[in-house]
Structure formats: C-alpha cells, structure tokens
Design a binder for this molecule. Structure first.
Ligand SMILES: Nc1nc2c(ncn2[C@@H]2O[C@H](COP(=O)(O)OP(=O)(O)OP(=O)(O)O)[C@@H](O)[C@H]2O)c(=O)[nH]1
Length: 488
C-alpha cells in the first residue's frame, strides 16, 4: 500500500494511535487519539515526541532513555506497558502497545493507546460499566474498613491512600481534601494526590479565606460543585475562575463532606489541560468517597469526645478520692485514709518481716487553750501542728493523719522503736519550737504535744486495733507523767 494511503487509513481507524514512518522526526496522531486527549484537530497535525511524556504510574517517575516506549520501539524492543501518558493538554492512564509494521519496505512505528477507564465510567449500564461499579465498590469497602479502624495518627496516611486510589480509579489529574476552620472562615487543602506529571498545589492552598470564593463555597454548601469547562465560569465568579486557570484546571468536581452535623470540608478532583464532561458515575463515586471520609471524621470526633469525657470523669474521681481522704481543716490525711493505710502497711511489714511504728500525738491542755484564746486560734494551732508533723517526718512512705479532734497519728513503716523515739522527740521539740504561747502550760508557757509510740516488730504479733491500743496506752502514760514528752 502507498505510504500516503497507509497514513490515511491509520488516521481513520477508531482506535487512538500515534504513528510515524521510521526515519521521520514527528509522530502523527489520529483523530481518535486527538479526541481522547481533548486536542483540537486544527492545532495538531503531528507532534514531536518531546511533546509527550511517559510516566511510571506507580513510582510517578518519568520514563526516559531505554525505558521510554519511543526509544524502546525505535530500537526494535517490545513496548507494551501501563503508563501515564501526558500531553500538553491532558494526562491519562493508558495501556500502550507499540508495534512495527513493514509495508512495501517502509517501516511504520505504531503505538496503540488503550485508555478506556473514563469511557466506561460514562456508562454504568453496559457490562463494562457494571464491572466498573463492582470494582469501585470493592475499592470503597477496602478503604472503609481501613478507615473505620484507623487511629487518629494513621488517619492522614489512609486518607492519602484513599485519594490516590480514587484518583487513579477515575483517572483524574488531582484528587484532594479541603477542610474548613475558624468557624468556616478559612479553608485549607489538607491532603492532595496528583497523577504523574501533574503539578501539586497543596502548599499554596492553605488558610484561604472562604469569603473570597463565594461561588465555590455556595455550591459546596448545597452539596456539589461541578464544572465541566472552567472557562464557562461566569464573570461574577472571576476569583474562582482565575484560581482554577492558574492551576491549569479545566474541569473540577467537588462534593461536600459532613461531620458532626456540619459542613466539614469537601473532596474534589480536577482535570487539567482540556475540558471533560463529568459523568453521573463520576459524581456518584466522588459523593460516596466524600461520605466515607465524613463518616470516618465523625467516628474520630465521637472517639475524641468519649476520650475527653473519660478523662474528665477520671479527673473528677481523682478529686473526689482526694477530698474523701483529706482532712478539711489541716489538709493532711484524715482518719479514713489513716485506717486503710495502717491496714495495708501493717500487712506489708508483716510480709516483709519488717518493723512498723505508730505515733499517737495529742495537743496538751487544748481545752484550756481554746477557752483562753478562742476556737479560731485553736484551729490555727491545729493547722500549725499538722504542718510541723508533716515537716518532721521525712520518710517517703510515712503517713501523717488527723486522728480526730486535737489528736494526730503518724505511721512510720520500716521504723524500729528506737528510730520512732528519735522522730517523736524531734516532733515534741519542733512543736515547742513553734513558740505558741499557752499561759496554762507548765512547759515555759508554750504549747506542747504528748506522744505515745507502739511498734510492731518483725513478728506480726499485732493487728491494727491492738497497735492503736498500745500507742494509746503509751500516750496516756506520756500525759500522766507530765505531758510534753514521749512514751513507748
Ligand atoms: N479549736 C478546735 N478545738 C478542737 C477541735 N477538735 C477538738 N477540739 C478541742 O480539743 C479539746 C480537747 O480537750 P480534752 O480532750 O479535754 O484534752 P486537753 O484539754 O487537750 O487535755 P489533755 O489532752 O489531757 O492534755 C476540746 O476542748 C475540743 O473541743 C478543733 O477542730 N478545733
């Protein structure tokens, strides 16, 4: 066949083709190719291979050198592979199949382009469309289950994966998530996926005032923003039109995301290069992905709210627990905490075969003090004595408690009688050292305390009641032998 005839035939074939004679510098693009890539037949009769770029769809790296399908075919190698074929107008996910045809001594290098994703997307009624719906549902199921179990930390990664999977499935150039903040005043592009060879814009789309994009936002509030051809956006929405054109967007589709009963943001996708008519399937798919993300965000909100509530309850319980164990006047442990601690410490010292000492401390002539100086001054004395006891007991496991009225108790784990006597004498000195005037006191007219000591040695002989009773008897001896002293 004559080479011009061959050329004409290839031009008319319904399959998208790039072809050239070996030795020619330019590739020809047939009509089917031009229409698939949205290229005007007037503007492209032939094209330099450099006008086209091939990208590895997985790594997003440009295929050059030996891996470039042109060069492989020129060299006589097989050139059948999945690529992202980018023209100045459009990039598409394609299966390309290169072959060399020899005709009357002329060699033709022909690339057959199979990019039927979008074609089938337009029609969900035929079997290819039905198959596509099934694939979409599988995709959605896969990511829903990933998202439903996602922790807040994993969420970003899984959202990014969902956008990439959806972007590739629908063969768009960009797919992204915008979230509103500051009570709807700002919006930010939080996640973005771009196809190979397409410029990302996420960094430039942060904290954008929503009031500057009323056309877009108005549509989002009603659920959907669909523009087949950005150049048809009316002049009244010039801000949006210019922004989209700056990003080389020709068609844009965005669907609102609801969470917590409010518009949380939107998911969107772009076609760059030349306009595309969004199909009913495109819209349905985007809405369903948006709903899935909305449900996930709602789930995360709920989990956060429950977590906050739990933390508040734990804190409230901690405060209650504290209040239930603290003496209101002196701020030290109360009788309740004393009882439970003595129980626990005594059992532990018994297990460890360790000594434990108990001090019972009583303010001397306190009735007379109250009578002479008043009840309010008496309260203040009790606070000072409590503080002095706390300051005098330096063991980390010691417990200083108000036992009742003007009586205090100190539990001293791992403490023998001799050591307890030292501590008790120090307390007597420190209280006297406070220099609280008490005219009726025989001890230099100063307020004093008496202390009784009981010790459980390492033999587990005593229980709590017996130990307290022993300390009480020792306290009685201290009182009856002159007060302001220690008895064991
Ligand atoms: N200000 C004040 N007084 C209290 C408080 N609790 C108990 N008291 C007083 O402490 C006094 C204890 O008196 P008594 O048991 O007779 O003992 P005492 O006067 O200290 O005499 P001895 O213990 O024998 O040295 C009583 O007058 C109680 O009213 C309190 O919380 N604040």
């Amino acid at each position: 066949m004559h080479s011009n005839k061959r050329n004409e035939l290839l031009q008319q074939l319904p399959t998208p083709l790039m072809f050239k004679q070996r030795g020619d510098s330019s590739y020809c693009l047939n009509t089917a190719f031009l229409s698939l890539f949205g290229i005007s037949p007037d503007s492209k009769k032939g094209s330099e291979p450099t006008d086209f770029r091939f990208y590895d769809p997985l790594t997003k790296n440009e295929l050059t050198g030996e891996k470039c399908p042109y060069q492989a075919l020129e060299k006589g190698d097989v050139a059948s592979t999945w690529v992202r074929l980018q023209t100045p107008e459009r990039s598409l996910h394609c299966f390309i199949n290169g072959s060399t045809i020899t005709d009357n001594g002329t060699q033709w290098l022909v690339f057959h382009i199979d990019a039927n994703n979008r074609v089938t997307a337009n029609n969900g009624n035929d079997s290819a469309g039905a198959q596509r719906h099934i694939e979409f549902n599988q995709l959605l199921t896969k990511f829903s289950s990933k998202l439903i179990n996602a922790s807040a930390q994993d969420l970003d990664v899984i959202i990014a994966q969902s956008l990439a999977a959806f972007g590739e499935f629908c063969d768009v150039d960009r797919c992204y998530l915008f979230e509103f903040s500051d009570d709807f005043a700002l919006m930010s592009n939080t996640h973005e996926w771009v196809a190979a060879g397409v410029n990302p814009y996420i960094d430039e789309l942060q904290n954008m005032p929503t009031k500057e994009m009323p056309y877009l936002i108005g549509h989002i509030e009603h659920g959907l923003f669909k523009v087949d051809d950005v150049s048809n956006i009316p002049d009244s929405a010039i801000a949006e039109r210019e922004e989209f054109q700056k990003e080389n967007i020709c068609s844009i589709l965005c669907s609102r995301i609801m969470a917590d009963g409010k518009t949380h943001g939107f998911i969107g996708c772009d076609i760059t290069g030349s306009p595309y008519t969004w199909s009913a399937s495109d819209i349905e798919y985007l809405k369903r992905i948006g709903d899935m993300l909305g449900n996930t965000l709602q789930n995360i909100y709920n989990r956060k709210a429950i977590h906050t509530m739990q933390q508040e309850l734990i804190e409230a319980n901690r405060q209650l627990q504290k209040l239930a164990n603290i003496d209101g006047l002196t701020g030290i442990a109360n009788r309740r905490l004393f009882n439970s601690t003595l129980d626990k410490d005594l059992a532990q010292s018994c297990r460890k075969q360790d000594a434990l000492s108990l001090l019972l401390i009583d303010v001397d002539f306190f009735k007379l003090y109250n009578d002479q100086y008043g009840h309010v001054a008496g309260d203040s004395v009790l606070q000072k004595v409590a503080q002095t006891l706390a300051d005098s007991c330096v063991g980390t496991d010691d417990l200083v408690a108000r036992y009742g009225g003007e009586e205090f108790a100190v539990i001293l784990p791992s403490t023998t009688t001799d050591r307890a006597k030292d501590i008790a004498n120090r307390i007597v000195e420190n209280v006297k050292g406070l220099g609280i005037e008490h005219e009726a006191s025989p001890h230099d007219g100063l307020l004093t305390v008496s202390i009784g000591i009981a010790t459980q040695e390492d033999n587990c002989d005593e229980n709590c009641v017996e130990l307290i009773d022993k300390a009480d008897k020792a306290l009685y001896r201290a009182k009856s032998t002159g007060r302001g002293r220690v008895c064991a």
